[in-house]
Design a binder for this molecule. Structure first.
Ligand code: DAH
Length: 363
């Protein structure tokens, strides 16, 4: 038989349980437990009140009904709060953490190129750039490359089907040739610059070059070079060595040693290839644990550029006095330096635009 203290107790219990409700599911369970028409605690209470002695019935009935109304109102209020908190379909949840804006990266080839440029600029070089669509004269002829030179072959060089009209005609002894091509190296910039400027010359010329190569881990039909040219009175092989040694120590580290191997290029005499001591193994050819160095293939040396003293034929081609001036030139591949530097074993990675690759390099 219900009495007013037991109704009060039930009501306080309801209030306590309502305060514990955290989610809509909890509220639904609470409503069922108290207000379900069959078996709900409040419904049972009302039924029990009906059987109470007539004298107590009105007071108990009033108490029980007040409880029922209060419980219904409280539950409705919580339900309204849940409804209001629920985000409308398609709305933005402004409480989600923000997405960090992606910060752009310099491409690894740009990082290396910037660094190479900065070193030469500190040594007083100017940076010049020229056309990627080049003529036979600048790319080959004026660089003392005879007509039968293998690099001029269709097999190696990408020629335009129709030569551009303005191109100077190259004469291989006989008929003038106006071939237009995608430059195969940046060396043509030596000619372009000397045609337009008098000595002294101290330039580097970075840029893209093109060859008829198929893609493989060490070849791409387009890649990047940096050309260098110094011309003046009394420029000697010692200047070449000193300049390139200083450069090598800047880019590969203070302890770098260099070595010049005799080589051949039509535009330099003498010609050399410069090797630097391997920065990975310090020139030992093997790592501390005795295993072979994979960067230099156990040789202790890395081949990094071609160079030499400017061939007098170039001075004649551009109208410099070959008796008065001497100079040196060099050319290097940026991809190769980047591959050595960062341990990249496939040149194609530089051109695939895979952000997982690109984001591994310094900003
Ligand atoms: N042109 C050469 C190449 O593409 C690189 C080169 C070698 C440039 C010797 C030079 C040089 O200026 O003197 O492989």
């Amino acid at each position: 038989m219900p009495d007013s203290p037991s109704i009060e107790t039930l009501r306080r219990q309801f209030d306590a349980e309502l305060a514990q409700v955290a989610a809509e599911d909890d509220l639904r369970a609470l409503r069922d437990r108290y207000l379900a028409r069959k078996g709900g605690l409040v419904s049972s209470l009302l039924k029990a009140v009906a059987t109470a002695p007539a004298a107590e019935r009105p007071a108990l009935g009033k108490l029980a009904n007040e409880f029922k109304q209060a419980a219904e109102a409280a539950i409705a209020e919580r339900q309204a709060a849940f409804d209001a908190a629920r985000a409308p379909a398609g709305s933005v949840d402004v409480t989600l953490p923000g997405r960090r804006p992606a910060i752009g990266h310099r491409h690894p080839l740009t990082v290396v190129r910037d660094e190479v440029e900065a070193i030469f600029v500190r040594m007083g070089f100017s940076i010049v750039e020229g056309p990627e669509v080049e003529d036979d004269w600048h790319n080959f002829e004026a660089l003392n490359m005879p007509p039968e030179h293998p690099a001029r072959d269709m097999q190696d060089t990408l020629y335009l089907a129709t030569p551009l009209p303005g191109a100077p005609a190259a004469r291989d002894g006989g008929a003038p040739r106006r071939a237009t091509l995608l430059r195969t190296h940046t060396s043509g910039m030596q000619i372009r610059y000397m045609e337009a400027h008098q000595p002294p010359v101290r330039i580097i010329a970075p840029g893209r070059v093109y060859r008829r190569d198929n893609l493989d881990p060490t070849h791409t039909p387009m890649f990047s070079q940096v050309e260098g040219l110094v011309v003046g009175e009394g420029i000697s092989l010692a200047d070449l060595k000193g300049t390139l040694f200083a450069w090598a120590r800047e880019i590969f580290g203070r302890d770098t040693r260099v070595k010049f191997r005799p080589s051949f290029f039509p535009y330099t005499e003498p010609s050399a290839e410069m090797d630097v001591s391997c920065f990975a193994c310090g020139g030992a050819g093997r790592q501390e644990d005795g295993s072979g160095c994979s960067v230099c293939k156990r040789t202790g040396w890395l081949e990094v550029l071609g160079c030499g003293m400017v061939h007098p034929a170039l001075f004649e081609a551009v109208g410099y006095d070959a008796e008065r001036y001497t100079g040196f030139a060099f050319g290097m591949g940026i991809e190769r330096i980047a591959m050595l530097r960062y341990g990249v074993d496939d040149i194609r990675s530089f051109y695939e635009n895979d952000r997982r690759f690109l984001e591994q390099f310094p900003l």
